[in-house]
Design a protein around this ligand. Structure first.
Ligand code: NAD
Ligand code: UDP
Length: 339
């Protein structure tokens, strides 16, 4: 069976993808510097699957160190999760974001070229649709204008991959545009473990529920949506992880660049998330309505038809599953991987 290198594989989406790949019979190597994750996640991947994961602690930007991973292993495909992802932080530290996100990409592509590895899947984002495109987003829409450096790194990296594939006809690239991953593995052993104050909605909701934070602020209730709060296409992280397995199956037998939205196609509002979380888990989430957050779009959701048609992938889990599994992870690990 093929061997897949997960760059940034100890993180939230990478760890869930590792489990699904191992369960599907693939061998998995993880390279991560734990900038936003913990080696404990890798131990838990092994516990869930009963399989071994080869782990390299390294900075992917360091192309020479990364070369050792390629030299020591026969890698069939790479999945590139290794990026910094906090939108607000990217506004404050743009150079750090451009350096990390773009250099990791270049370092991977250089080593792939040097060692003859021809397949790479990249963690892109719905953010590349920018402000101009209308929902639901479809893959052939032009990339838009982003409101922050994080988004621009995704736009730039998509361009870098397209240029690399144009120059090397044997290179196969899949750009996966994720919508809003939430939830956790049903075992409750791996999940999202943000450092410091969470930026994203679901970790904030579950940290309020578990008593780590006082109160959730819902950013704006005067948007032109059915209840005034923003809507997003929330996708269970296990469904998202399974999308990567389908993309690996696909990439091993195709050349060129393909883009896929990975979303459910169904938007839910912030208020619906909070209400569903409270209902399925029987727990209160203190919340207040506050001002809009700069840069937020009123609506963001996918047209997910292409992934179904080409990859045979669609989401299976409900919003109730997402809220239940997020809470199961949080209540079993109130302080994340730090016990
Ligand atoms: P995460 O922070 O949990 O995982 C990223 C992993 O990459 C972490 O383990 C981190 O330590 C590692 N990493 C970062 N820089 C590195 C470097 N220079 N060298 C080695 N390892 C490095 O984030 P995630 O939510 O799992 O996201 C994975 C990818 O998906 C990211 O590229 C992110 O931008 C993208 N994405 C995430 C979301 C989301 O909402 N979570 C949405 C769209 C796209
Ligand atoms: N949100 C919120 N309070 C928070 C965090 C997020 O009301 O503490 C809202 C945010 O305004 C957006 C939605 O929740 O409408 C999803 O935000 P998140 O940051 O999780 O994802 P993204 O903005 O990338 O879609």
């Amino acid at each position: 069976m093929a061997t897949i290198l997960l760059a940034g594989g100890a993180g939230y989406i990478g760890s869930h993808t590792a489990v699904e790949l191992l369960d599907s019979g693939y061998d998995v190597i993880i390279a991560d510097n734990f900038a936003n994750s913990s080696p404990e996640a890798v131990r838990r991947i092994e516990k869930i699957t009963g399989k071994n994961v080869k782990l390299y602690e390294l900075d992917i930007k360091d192309a020479d160190k990364l070369a050792e991973v390629f030299a020591e292993n026969k890698i069939d495909a790479v999945i590139h999760f290794a990026g910094l992802k906090a939108v607000g932080e990217s506004v404050e530290k743009p150079v750090m974001y451009y350096r990390n996100n773009i250099d990791t990409t270049l370092s991977l592509l250089e080593n792939m070229s040097r060692f003859g590895v021809k397949n790479i899947i990249f963690s892109s984002s719905a953010t590349v649709y920018g402000e101009e495109n209308k929902v639901p987003y479809t893959e052939e829409m032009k990339r838009g204008v982003c409101t922050n450096p994080y988004g621009w790194t995704k736009v730039m990296m998509e361009q870098i991959f397209e240029d690399a594939a144009k120059a090397d006809k044997e290179l196969s690239v899949v750009l996966l545009r994720y919508f809003n991953p939430i939830g956790a593995h049903e075992s409750g052993m791996i999940g999202e473990d943000p450092q410091g104050i969470p930026n994203n909605l679901m970790p904030y909701v579950s940290q309020v529920a578990v008593g780590r934070r006082e109160c959730l602020t819902i950013f704006g209730n005067d948007y032109p949506t059915h209840d005034g709060t923003c809507t997003r296409d929330y996708i269970h992280v296990v469904d998202l992880a399974k999308g990567h397995v389908k993309a690996i199956d696909y990439i091993l037998s195709h050349n060129g660049v393909e883009i896929f939205n990975l979303g459910t196609g169904t938007p839910y509002s912030v208020t619906e998330i909070v209400d569903t979380f409270e209902k399925v888990n029987g727990i209160k989430v203190n919340h207040v309505y506050g001002a809009r957050r700069a840069g937020d779009l009123a609506e963001c959701y996918a047209n997910a038809d292409k992934a179904l048609k080409v990859l045979g992938w669609k989401t299976e889990k409900t919003l109730e599953d997402m809220c239940r599994d997020s809470w199961n992870w949080q209540k079993n690990n109130p302080n994340g991987y730090n016990k």
